[in-house]
Ligand binder design. Structure first.
Ligand code: GLN
Length: 479
């Protein structure tokens, strides 16, 4: 069931929130042992919210009675929020993130917390301290990451909607691996208050859903100015559910020539070419564009993101939150032991790398330099958007890879982020949606990128394509 279908059921009066909640509780209990998409789930927590909604049936918000799964890095008052890290084990935030407050005000039902790579570092969900989530289309494969639990749960029908966070592709890449729709909003569009920070200048919270319409619905529920996030922007949020019905004929779509790289899987390339053909049939105008600094995107991202991460993660020292090592006979030793035992290998790698690029003597050579290149990358997008309304690219160079395939070589994992990270460096919005399947039945995703604050245009083009292609109707057979 999609969120829109659930709303239609409520309209007819055939079911109330407690019945819908039971349906999803059952689905989660059935599939969780197979997919491990959730890291915290308590049916009573869900039932209580559904019951309360029915009791005060008066203020029916825009997400009234619709279940939403939450990524484990978004603070939910009184509920364990751990970033899938041992170092935050047993941490229960004393407050709600702004997006959670908004969902509650809109009448949504929170289902539980979704698995992720530890602190959102990764592209496969394998760096979770709880163990990986499995891909519903093929359980020998990863669901993508870092919001892998959120995307897998939506694909498997364990929830109609989920929240993810995206610093370098963490919403879009798992959406593409799991055959669902995911949006990284414009930087500043959605409040980051209560999102446990990875890289503050890149992080955005965004929606994951089965259809473009559902994605737009959840986006409208969380977007908008918030004075508790100083980077939140005071811009009007359009009614995206209305906007997405607008005609797409005449929209200009640019295809970046630098994105046809050696590692691009032939099946992905084929699906993208077919999608371009579909776009032409819908009346969109396709042209080639250039993003000349693309080759610097990965090194730039992995300097900026790790620098910010090393600084953000300094607060986890065993004093204020979560895990504390009992070993060590001085304060400094306790810090060292806590961090050594509490962080997993990828988190340590990033803290060390980020500390290095910020250290005196290297700051100018790495960090300051990366910031300058970041400006050039942003200008590439400004320039491209002088000629076109949207950009179209693959979301990932390959479909979902096998569990363990990239674990022994962190660099190959980093390289798989090539199509998604520039978007975060530039701060622009981008959406991933299904554009086909491999002969083995694995979903393929395409990415649409728009100008800042033009999310509505992404939804329009994506909705038109989705309706014409029908890919969203396929469902995984989970074994
Ligand atoms: N895969 C990227 C990384 O590991 C992006 C992660 C993210 O967006 N949180 O940094």
């Amino acid at each position: 069931m999609t969120a829109r279908e659930i709303q239609a059921i409520y309209q007819t009066g055939k079911a109330a929130p407690p019945e819908i909640a039971e349906t999803f509780i059952k689905k989660i209990e059935e599939l969780q042992p197979k997919l491990k998409a959730l890291v915290w789930f308590d049916p009573e927590f869900v039932r209580k919210q559904a019951g309360a909604l029915t009791a005060d049936g008066k203020s029916k918000g825009p997400l009234w009675g619709v279940p939403v799964l939450v990524k484990d890095n978004l603070c939910v008052e009184g509920v364990p929020t751990t970033c899938a890290s041992k170092i935050l084990a047993r941490f229960r935030p004393p407050y709600n993130a702004t997006v959670i407050e908004r969902l509650k005000a809109a009448g949504a039902i929170l289902l539980g917390m979704a698995n992720m790579d530890e602190f959102a570092f990764g592209s496969s969900c394998e760096y979770s301290s709880y163990g990986p989530t499995l891909n519903p289309w093929d359980t020998a494969r990863v669901p993508g990451g870092s919001s892998g639990g959120s995307a897998a749960a939506v694909a498997a029908g364990m929830t109609p909607l989920a929240l993810g966070s995206d610093t370098g592709g963490s919403i879009r890449q798992p959406a593409s691996f799991c055959g669902v729709v995911g949006l990284k909003p414009t930087y500043g569009r959605v409040s980051r208050y209560g999102l446990i920070a990875f890289a503050s200048s890149l992080d955005q919270i965004g929606p994951i859903a089965k259809t473009v319409e559902d994605c737009a619905l959840l986006f409208s529920g969380i977007a908008g100015f918030d004075q508790r996030d100083s980077t939140s922007v005071e811009a009007k949020v359009p009614n995206c559910l209305e906007e997405l019905k607008k005609p797409v004929k005449g929209l200009r779509v640019g295809v970046p020539k630098e994105y046809l790289i050696d590692g691009l899987d032939p099946e992905v390339k084929k699906a993208l070419e077919a999608a371009l053909e579909q776009f032409r049939k819908l009346g969109l105008k396709i042209q080639e564009v250039s993003l000349p600094h693309t080759e610097y995107a990965i090194p730039t991202y992995y300097i900026v993101a790790t620098a910010e991460a090393s600084s953000n993660l300094a607060r986890f020292d065993g004093v204020q939150y979560g895990y504390r090592s009992g070993e060590g006979d001085s304060l400094l030793a306790m810090y060292g032991k806590t961090r050594g035992q509490g962080f997993g290998p990828e988190a340590k790698r990033r803290i060390i790398l980020g500390t290095f690029v910020l250290s005196s003597g290297y700051y100018e050579a790495y960090y300051a330099h990366a910031l300058k290149v970041r400006t050039l990358i942003r200008r590439d997008f400004d320039k491209a958007f002088e000629a076109v309304d949207l950009l179209m690219t693959p979301t990932s160079p390959t479909p979902a890879f096998r569990l363990g395939e990239k674990l022994s070589d962190p660099l190959t994992m980093y390289l798989s982020d090539i199509y998604t990270i520039s978007v975060n460096l530039a701060g622009v919005p981008a959406l991933s949606l299904p554009c086909g399947f491999t002969p083995a039945g694995l979903p393929i995703g395409m990415q649409l990128i728009a100008k800042p604050f033009a999310e509505a245009e992404l939804f329009q083009a994506a909705h038109a394509y989705e309706q014409a292609s029908g890919w969203h109707k396929r469902e995984p057979k989970i074994r």
